[in-house]
Design a protein around this ligand. Structure first.
Ligand SMILES: [Zn+2]
Length: 82
């Protein structure tokens, strides 16, 4: 009857190896990621106003991103910046 013990041992080892290699996926909980969308406001330096980032136009300048409420403000900025 020794073979049964071996089978059980192999089975247990297999289970352990599986658990190590493929950890159980924990139920997907709502990750508390910082909400960056929707609530964030940005500053338009041309007309000195704040607006939601989702509605803003942006201009990248190296590491800086500048946001604008409208094409008009962006145009003004680009003209004064260059
Ligand atoms: Zn503006």
């Amino acid at each position: 009857m020794r073979i049964i013990i071996y089978i059980i041992l192999i089975f247990l080892l297999y289970r352990i190896a599986r658990a190590l290699l493929f950890p159980k996926k924990t139920p997907v909980q709502q990750k508390n990621e910082p909400v960056l969308h929707g609530d964030e406001t940005v500053f338009d330096p041309i007309c000195q106003s704040y607006l939601p980032k989702t509605e803003a136009l942006s201009v990248r300048n190296g590491n800086d991103t500048t946001y604008f409420c409208s094409e008009e403000c962006r145009g003004k900025f680009l003209r004064t910046a260059s």
